[in-house]
Write a protein that binds this ligand. Structure first.
Ligand code: MF3
Ligand code: CO
Ligand code: CO
Length: 265
């Protein structure tokens, strides 16, 4: 592990070596497998508490520790965010999914000290055309952002590309939460914002590890955090969707650590 000559708010940005890549492949794979595993359980009637319990069991069986437990006082193995909940939804055995919901499940297994951070938004049964489109466009925005990643490109290129996809569909990209450097540190430098101006910000270098995790709102980008200190909702109660991958900058482009091996996920 080395450091970039670039810093963010005075803090260095880590550059990782081949052994670090190998460790992240394993952590990322466990995150992807956890989301693959939970997929058939995401059905009307299941509680978000039960989905959390199943994800925790799976991560631990794979040798991982859910990194969110005791993270700044958070108590759960996952964040589960339904409909107008943007992010950091708290799993609950009282909260049951129903047909037409959209639900994001965000998992971060820590495996041998390395973090694999990934989330997907699932459609519960048949969803409205509007909700389905929001989910599909959000996924698309993440992939378009990821496709900008290569040495010499900037994080502004990534953010601008994501925001362009959101705007073209009539959506807004959330500004109050961002992606983040990761690796041995769960939330590290740099901040990865999901809007902005191409050609600005941190210049990407091989060996940087970070997440890209856009949250798109059907209405305004404005959000508020509820009294529990975690649950973040859209101010206008519009629907919100999110996807997240953990990736690396390589010599020629990027490597996604949290890709599913399933054909359809
Ligand atoms: N996994 C989330 C992320 O993408 C972080 C959740 S932190 C928690 O960065 F404490 F809310 F769980
Ligand atoms: Co993340
Ligand atoms: Co996450």
């Amino acid at each position: 592990m080395r450091h970039s000559t670039q810093t963010e708010h005075g803090k260095p940005i880590r550059l990782h070596d081949e052994a670090d890549f190998a460790a992240m492949r394993l952590a990322g794979k466990l995150a992807a497998q956890t989301l693959d595993y939970i997929t058939p359980f995401v059905k009307p009637g299941v509680s978000t508490g039960e989905l959390d319990r199943l994800c925790e069991e799976f991560m631990r069986a794979g040798g991982g520790i859910p990194a969110t437990i005791d993270y700044h006082g958070y108590k759960h193995a996952t964040c589960i965010s339904v409909n107008h909940v943007v992010t950091h939804g708290i799993p609950s055995f009282e909260k049951k999914l129903k047909v037409g919901d959209i639900v994001n499940i965000d998992v971060t297994p820590k495996l041998h000290g390395w973090h694999g951070d990934s989330s997907r938004t699932f459609k519960v049964g048949k969803v409205s055309i509007q909700a389905g489109r929001l989910v599909d466009v959000t996924y698309e925005s993440m992939m378009v952002g990821i496709n900008k990643v290569k040495p010499g490109a900037t994080l502004g290129d990534v953010g601008a590309a994501i925001e362009a996809v959101a705007r073209a569909a009539g959506y807004q990209s959330v500004r109050d939460f961002c992606g983040h450097g990761t690796g041995e540190v769960f939330h590290d430098t740099p901040q990865v914002i999901h809007y902005g101006k191409a050609g600005t910000g941190v210049v990407l270098e091989p060996g940087m590890f970070f997440t890209i995790e856009p949250m798109l709102n059907a209405g305004s980008f404005e959000v508020k955090v509820l009294g529990d200190g975690w649950t973040t909702v859209t101010k206008d109660h519009s629907l919100s969707a999110q996807f997240e991958h953990t990736l690396a900058v390589t010599q020629t482009g990027y490597e996604i650590f949290t890709l599913s091996e399933l054909p359809t996920a």
